[in-house]
Every structure is written in C-alpha cells, then in structure tokens.
Design a protein around this ligand. Structure first.
Ligand code: HEM
Length: 140
C-alpha cells in the first residue's frame, strides 16, 4: 500500500492540535448523518468510544509504514467489528464522517491533496478490517 504518509501525519498533527476533541466531532457528524448507526454503540459510554478511537488513530499514524502491524491489528479490529454488527456498507458512513471532521477542523489548510490522501488511507484501513471480518466469518 503506498500512502501519502507525510501528508497524513502532518495533517493529523495539525488537526489534533487545533481540536483535541476530533473524535467527539466525528461522532456528532456520524450520528447526525447516519442516526441508524447509533444503536450499535451500546456497550461503552460515548466518552470511552471517543478515547478508544483517538488512541487507535494515533497508533495508526505511528504504523502507516508497518504493513505486518496493519494487517495484524486491523484484521483483528475488523473481526471484532463483525461481532458488533458492522457491515461493509457502514465503512462508507464512517469514512465520509471522519473526512468531514478532518476537513472541518483543518478548514483553510484542507486541500484536494489531503482529501485524496485520507480517502486512500481510509480505503486501505477499511479493506484490511473487512478482510479480518471475512476471515472471522469463514472460521465460524
Ligand atoms: C477506520 C475504521 C474504524 C476504526 C479505526 C474503528 C475503531 C474502533 C475501536 C478502536 C473500537 C474500540 C473497541 C475495539 O477495540 O473493538 C471500536 C468499537 C466500535 N466500533 Fe469501530 N472503528 C472503525 C469503523 C467502524 C465502523 C464502520 C462502524 C460502524 C458504524 C464501527 C462501529 C463500532 C462499534 C459499534 C464499536 C463498539 C461499540 C461499543 O462497544 O459500544 N466502527 N471501533
């Protein structure tokens, strides 16, 4: 996978510095656009969800060039998501909401290059998670 790593890292740093509550904004956008996603998030309080998502995004930024880590960790995460009731279609909801949150915070600094870099990265992440979910389903 050839990602635009410098663009991803520098924009993530910029966004998190401007808005440490990025994942709060992300969930606002997700639930506003896709209220049907809300009942899936039933196990943990929202603040906890936000922290878990922030932590995994930070880890992802650290491992963008570590293919074995990405395959292993995202495969396992995808498999857990299948158990939460997450379907392939829902990855589109999360991807577009995450992009919208990043764009809103980056504002003037948002460029077509960044939009492309994040779209590509999200597609790669979603594919690895979906592959993990399918393996999990096959094993059952
Ligand atoms: C980039 C893709 C995604 C990432 C990085 C991600 C990350 C996470 C993380 C770190 C957790 C914490 C628990 C765990 O380790 O399993 C989690 C839980 C969860 N995610 Fe995701 N997720 C992604 C996509 C999605 C999608 C597409 C949906 C569907 C709307 C979704 C719904 C959920 C639900 C329902 C939970 C469990 C909530 C609960 O325990 O109440 N996620 N996600």
């Amino acid at each position: 996978m050839s990602l635009n790593v410098p663009a991803l890292r520098s924009s993530f740093d910029l966004v998190v510095e401007r808005e440490p509550q990025l994942t709060h904004l992300f969930y606002d956008i997700l639930f506003q656009r896709y209220p049907q996603a809300k009942p899936l998030f039933r196990n943990n309080p929202r603040q906890e969800q936000e922290k878990m998502l922030t932590d995994v995004l930070v880890k992802l930024m650290d491992h963008l060039e570590d293919a074995p880590w990405l395959v292993r960790e995202l495969g396992a995460l995808g498999s857990k998501h299948a158990d939460y009731g997450v379907t392939d279609e829902m990855y589109g909801w999360v991807g577009s909401s995450l992009l919208a949150a990043l764009e809103q915070v980056a504002a003037d600094e948002w460029t077509p290059e960044l939009a492309a870099a994040w779209t590509e990265a999200f597609q790669a992440i979603a594919s690895l998670m979906q592959a993990g979910a399918r393996q999990h389903a096959d094993a059952e």
